[in-house]
Design a protein around this ligand. Structure first.
Ligand code: NAI
Length: 338
């Protein structure tokens, strides 16, 4: 039998945490043959609720779940973890300035970076979900210098999956037949959901989404859809969910976090790429030193950015715009540290 993997979930008493921990305990994240020990961290006001989640995990009798640590102590939570999913953070409340929210999250991610650096297992893989996700991940990277930068990522897989979902709905094809959309940049409304390289698998082989659209009698309408409505639908989907549910996305965020880690650890299927927020090395002329969402493939537990995709002029502008926003966020975050 395999040794258990220790998985940390911060903010585990929150909405995403409540959807995520049972998925992890069922093997959705790391595989149906991989035992896990869950480490759950939250803050003292949520301690009782956190304990309630722990009670439910016991009650669910998950065969793969070999232990649960539920704590408000970051050091205890981080000790020995192999995977860290950072969902806890300070939410933007009405009337708060962007800078105030940034400042709260910068201090949370700075101190949790140190706890992870000192106490996590070597080669721990980190996924930041809490917003501002890219910049929180950047702060975590800066304050955990001994964790390799390739181990620190942020979640844009939810946006990626939303883009797959939109194409599937609009072209009336199965979502499992659509692949290779790309989310570029920030997990915010400046992100660029790109369909230029996406394909749909058909009995006659993989066809570019662009070609399927071009074959369509409603070419013009769909062309508009892809460049206009498609992009804004994906960008604004989070807001649409809040409007409908009066709560932000939780089950889809949790499921996408599992997809992110699973593909990273177990690899992406041949010919398929996914979107991950990773530390930019300057690929596609994105400024180095930002956590930016790129198309990646994963193998042997490591991601690499898909190289050489042609970028048209329209896309270039979108890639640059979201990079600019991230550079501004980075500057704001640094001004909070000063
Ligand atoms: P929530 O408010 O239900 O839960 C957040 C939890 O974090 C709470 O239990 C809170 O007590 C805890 N927390 C606060 N400060 C903490 C700290 N210093 N250490 C540990 N825990 C702490 O929020 P929800 O809906 O679960 O969302 C969590 C985060 O995920 C938010 O920042 C949200 O904006 C973000 N999000 C990101 C998505 C993405 O695709 N990257 C998608 C959806 C949400």
């Amino acid at each position: 039998a395999k040794d258990p993997v220790r998985v940390l979930v911060t903010g585990a008493a929150g909405q995403i945490g409540y959807a995520l921990v049972p998925m992890i305990a069922r093997g959705v994240m790391l595989g149906a043959d991989q035992p896990v020990i869950l480490h759950m961290l939250d803050i003292p006001p949520a301690a009782e609720a956190l304990n309630g989640v722990k009670m439910e995990l016991v009650d669910a009798a998950f065969p793969l779940l070999k232990g649960v640590v539920a704590t408000t102590d970051a050091v205890e939570a981080c000790t020995g973890v192999n995977v860290a999913v950072m969902v806890g953070g300070f939410p933007r409340k009405e009337g708060m300035e962007r800078k105030d929210v940034m400042s709260k999250n910068v201090s949370i991610y700075k101190s949790q970076a140190s706890a992870l650096e000192k106490h996590a297992a070597p080669n721990c893989k980190v996924l930041v979900v809490a917003n501002p996700a890219n910049t929180n991940a950047l702060i975590l990277k800066e304050f955990a210098p001994s964790i390799p930068e390739k181990n620190i990522t942020c979640l844009t897989r939810l946006d990626h999956n939303r883009a797959l979902g939109q194409i599937s709905e609009r072209l009336s094809v199965q979502v499992s037949d659509v692949k290779n959309v790309i989310i570029w940049g920030n997990h915010s409304s400046s992100q660029y959901p790109d369909v230029n390289h996406a394909t749909v698998s058909t009995p006659a082989g993989d066809k570019p989404v662009r070609e399927l659209v071009a074959d369509d009698a409603w070419y013009n309408e769909l062309e508009t859809l892809l460049n206009g409505e498609f992009i804004s639908t994906v960008q604004q989907r989070g807001a649409a969910i809040i409007k409908a549910r009066k709560l932000s996305s939780a089950l889809s965020a949790a499921s996408s976090a599992c997809d992110h880690i699973r593909d990273w650890v177990l690899g992406t299927p041949e010919g398929t790429f996914v979107s991950m927020g990773v530390y930019s090395d300057g690929s596609y002329n994105v400024p180095a030193g930002l956590i930016y969402s790129f198309p990646v493939t994963c193998k042997n537990g490591e991601w690499s950015i898909v190289q050489g995709l042609p970028i048209d002029e329209f896309s270039r502008k979108k890639l640059d715009l979201t990079a600019e926003e991230l550079s501004e966020e980075k500057a704001l975050a640094y001004s909070c540290l000063a």
